[in-house]
Design a protein around this ligand. Structure first.
Ligand code: ATP
Ligand code: MN
Length: 457
């Protein structure tokens, strides 16, 4: 079928003959001496629907057109004419209309009125047919394209790191085990891979191997964490983009993160103006202003120690009192970025005791070259660090965290043979989509959210 996408049909010249196909959003039938039907047709290519005008000149007007209702799928051939109505330049005068599928008006779950996001989560297979989820899907797609272009333009190599792994990058506790052993059996030696395996929590350790051979690299794929946190910012399955830069330190890493986020935000505004206008109108009135503010201003950089100082002097009641040596809570992160600085904040140099083994130990012996990038509303959007490149220090850090260095011989080889300074970070794709769209709940920015107790549609 020679099909014109509706996004292109809407900007084509009056008089053009074309064929469009999609799903009926609304169908208004006017009876009387000159019966006429207006169908708003959407095909997902853009937010706007194309108005199709049908009259009894169509042979199947009575049998098909008059019975159209939301959700029906049709293909329409006709000629673009100047639109009589407001809000669109052209409409399609139907010369023929064929229906593929009907959608029983009584049972079709997507009705004209707005549905709650909670309800739409229960019909995740149909929610992409709504304005909000169509817009989220297009923006998510645009962000992925921008991410790849950003790195490709700078000569980064895209590396595919494994989904099934025997290593645990972030420290014990949050792993989904992968096993083919029958219930009751647990000897890893008898298992499929002959060793205990899990779904990856991060591609970092593996992508480092390519960084230590190819230079600047990135991995971008699904990651899995069995953290039992039912928050609006955590998923059990989420996508992470992880660049790793060669011959680089923490400040190079922070520079890259800042440029990266700024590029994503400004490119989305350029590429998705219609969808962003929708989010601004219906989801969060501040969302576009916040993005522009971030694009136009430098991020604030301060150390963890300075951040603790700001927090203890904030003069407010915390659910968890800020204290040197303890991780920053969401309330602390949000205070820093939303209230105190009103800008994105890069917090660096965290206590080594609360950060993973691979982060580079600083000369003070008690902090590591770590950074978290915090943004308003979402909190932590990026976590990164300069990696420990010294073999002896790395081995000691592993032992101190109860790990067996022998299990990570391949990783230590990178320090044994031609070690060099390198750094990287992880951006949670869904947190980025949340920030860009203003969507409150992370479950609404991924097609099929996996959270505790929920892996069905
Ligand atoms: P948080 O403190 O918010 O739980 P984290 O410190 O565990 O995050 P990192 O291990 O630094 O996160 O992962 C890098 C990035 O991946 C985070 O900055 C965040 O954007 C994203 N991320 C981490 N965990 C999740 C999750 N469960 N769901 C969605 N995104 C996540
Ligand atoms: Mn982190």
């Amino acid at each position: 079928m020679q099909r014109t996408r509706i996004i292109d049909a809407l900007t084509a010249a009056v008089g053009t003959e074309l064929t469009v196909a999609g799903w009926v959003r609304t169908a208004r039938h006017h009876a009387g001496t000159n019966p006429i039907t207006f169908v708003m047709l959407n095909d997902g290519s853009c937010m706007a629907a194309l108005q199709v005008v049908a009259t009894p000149e169509l042979a199947n007007y009575e049998d098909i057109v008059l019975k159209l209702s939301p959700g029906c799928s049709v293909v329409v051939t006709g000629r673009l004419v100047e639109s009589q109505g407001k809000g669109q330049k052209v409409e399609l005068a139907a010369a023929s209309l064929r229906q593929f599928g009907s959608a029983d008006a009584e049972h079709y779950p997507i009705q004209a009125q707005r549905h709650s996001f909670e309800f739409l989560r229960t019909i995740a297979h149909l929610r992409p047919r709504t304005n909000t989820f169509g817009a989220v899907a297009r923006v998510r797609n645009a962000i992925c394209a921008i991410i790849h272009e950003f790195f490709q333009k700078r000569g980064f190599l895209y590396v595919h790191t494994p989904i099934i792994t025997a290593s645990d990058c972030e420290g014990a506790g949050e792993l989904f085990r992968v096993t083919t052993l029958p219930p009751g059996k647990s000897d890893p030696a008898e298992d499929f891979f002959g060793t205990a395996t899990n779904l990856t929590v991060s591609g970092q350790l593996e992508v480092e191997t390519y960084c230590c051979a190819m230079g600047d690299v990135y991995t971008f794929g699904p990651t899995f964490r069995a953290e039992n946190s039912n928050t609006p910012r955590h998923l059990a399955e989420f996508w992470m983009v992880e660049p790793e830069i060669a011959f680089a330190d923490l400040s190079d890493d922070a520079d890259l993160a800042e440029e990266f986020l700024r590029t994503i935000f400004s490119e989305v505004l350029t590429r998705c103006p219609e969808d962003m206008a929708f989010f601004e109108k219906w989801i969060d009135k501040e969302v576009v202003a916040t993005l522009r503010h971030v694009i136009d201003n430098d991020f604030v950089r301060l150390t963890y120690t300075e951040a603790i100082d700001v927090l203890t002097k904030a003069g407010r009641e915390w659910a968890y009192a800020p204290e040197w040596g303890k991780d920053l809570q969401t309330e602390h992160e949000r205070y820093l970025t939303e209230e105190n600085f009103k800008k994105p904040v890069i917090v660096t140099d965290y206590p080594s005791s609360i950060k993973p083994f691979y982060m580079r130990l600083s000369d003070d012996g008690r902090t590591v070259a770590a950074m978290d990038v915090l943004v308003p509303r979402v909190g932590e959007i990026i976590g990164g660090s300069q990696r420990e490149e010294r073999l002896d220090v790395l081995g000691a850090r592993m032992k101190a965290q109860g790990m067996n260095p022998e299990d990570y011989g391949w990783y230590l080889d990178l320090r044994r043979y031609g070690t060099m300074p390198h750094a990287g970070f992880g951006l949670g794709l869904e947190r980025a989509v949340q920030f860009v769209t203003g969507m409150q709940n992370i479950r609404d920015v991924i097609p099929f959210p996996r959270t505790p107790g929920n892996a069905k549609f």
